[in-house]
Design a protein around this ligand. Sequence first.
Ligand code: HEC
Ligand code: HEC
Ligand code: HEC
Ligand code: HEC
Ligand code: HEC
Ligand code: HEC
Length: 295
Amino acid sequence: MENKMRFSLINIILALITVFVLFGCSDLKNNIPTTPQLNVHQPGFTSPSSPNFHGNVIKANNYDMRQCRQCHASDYSGGTTGQSCKSCHVQPNGPEACNTCHGNFSDTTGTFIAPPRDLNGDTSTTIAGVGAHFNHLYGDSLSSNVQCAECHTVPQSVYSPGHINPGLPAQVNMKDIATTNIASNAAYDYKSMTCSNTYCHGNFSYSISNAQPGDQFAFIDSVMVGNNKTVTWNKVDGSQAACGSCHDLPPKGHIGYQQFPLSSCVSCHWTVVDAQGNIINKAKHINGNVNVRSN
Ligand code: HEC
Ligand code: HEC
Ligand code: HEC
Ligand code: HEC
Ligand code: HEC
Ligand code: HEC
């Protein structure tokens, strides 16, 4: 009895399914639009001057591109849309390249990832987002040791925690060479746009007791100290990077203070400077170490 009822129930269900397959689904099929692409995106989506430009849409969504991956594939290669982001964003990781949102957008080598072009598109050095980035990172004649990590926590990838927080300003966290020696109190002040107490700008103290015995003759005091300059981030006129600003020539506490000319440094610091006082090895200047004689 029970078995029979179950059998006829199954028959009814099978019959219903057949009806759906024959009629219902073919109706559904006819309702599928033949041009599903229409109206997916607003007009102007690929035109940078339009308010509907996709860059603006993503920015307004706190830079979240993960929604785009739903249709354009997780590697942005296009998926079912047939439109790869990488046709325009040509670097290996497509729009997640580090110069997509800040830095030089047209640089395909991935070198110029810091502003200029800040997040608002600004390129003027008087704007906080631009400031002295270029001079520290790409146009630096004094040192090759200044990297993003001196001033920021650097994300591994675009969605690493701590990278994109809602709204500006960006986080400035000084570390490494910026905070070495006696400079653990190095800090950036957002209001005045000034950096103070950084090792790089002369917050250092080298002491005679730590010097090699053969180098102690160079001290006329117990320590040699820099000028610990407070510098303004958006004042980019060369004055704050002039020879003699971060430390005197030679520094206070150094033999020949206010007597040795710039042309003399080469006789002891020949791995760092030449006879004209140019820095000849940028890796050895502002590196956190004493470099004298062959060292
Ligand atoms: C619901 C699926 C879907 C989502 C989500 C989606 N897209 Fe698309 N996108 C498409 C389809 C389909 C096309 C191709 C047809 C067209 O141009 O509308 C396309 C085309 C494009 C094009 C080329 C448009 C043109 O006019 O040539 C760009 C650029 C683009 N998408 C960027 C994005 C970005 C950026 C996001 C995330 C903010 C995104 N898409 C999210 C489906 C989607
Ligand atoms: C989708 C856009 C986008 C991409 C791609 C992107 N960034 Fe950013 N980046 C931002 C935004 C927005 C901020 C400012 C965040 C804030 O205000 O905290 C920022 C800030 C930064 C900062 C300043 C410190 C901070 O976190 O605020 C560094 C350094 C940085 N990005 C490095 C990178 C690197 C390295 C990559 C590639 C791995 C990258 N960015 C890719 C949007 C992006
Ligand atoms: C037709 C070419 C083209 C396609 C396709 C394209 N982009 Fe773009 N995208 C651009 C250009 C050009 C810019 C930079 C405009 C500018 O700032 O000058 C840009 C800018 C961006 C920005 C920067 C936003 C900002 O203002 O900081 C993001 C993020 C981005 N695209 C993501 C995507 C994603 C995700 C896709 C695919 C779903 C995609 N793009 C597809 C051309 C394209
Ligand atoms: C010498 C210190 C220093 C170095 C090195 C440095 N930055 Fe910055 N960065 C800053 C300061 C200061 C700000 C501005 C904070 C503010 O808004 O007042 C800033 C802001 C930014 C912003 C936000 C831009 C905006 O639109 O507001 C980004 C993005 C950024 N930096 C990326 C980088 C990247 C990427 C690198 C390395 C390639 C780098 N920075 C190296 C000091 C530095
Ligand atoms: C932005 C700040 C700054 C400026 C500008 C600067 N210096 Fe230095 N200089 C330093 C710091 C910091 C040290 C401490 C040692 C180190 O880390 O290299 C130093 C050390 C030196 C030394 C000792 C050798 C060494 O590196 O240990 C010489 C020589 C020197 N500087 C010469 C110059 C000359 C010449 C100029 C101008 C072309 C100059 N400095 C401009 C920051 C600066
Ligand atoms: C007669 C050799 C001699 C001359 C000339 C000389 N220095 Fe030095 N300098 C030294 C010695 C030795 C030290 C001590 C290094 C230590 O702490 O062990 C030193 C230390 C320094 C320091 C601090 C520690 C470091 O290495 O950063 C600076 C900065 C510096 N000199 C800059 C200069 C500058 C600029 C000139 C040229 C105006 C100059 N020196 C000329 C021998 C010399």
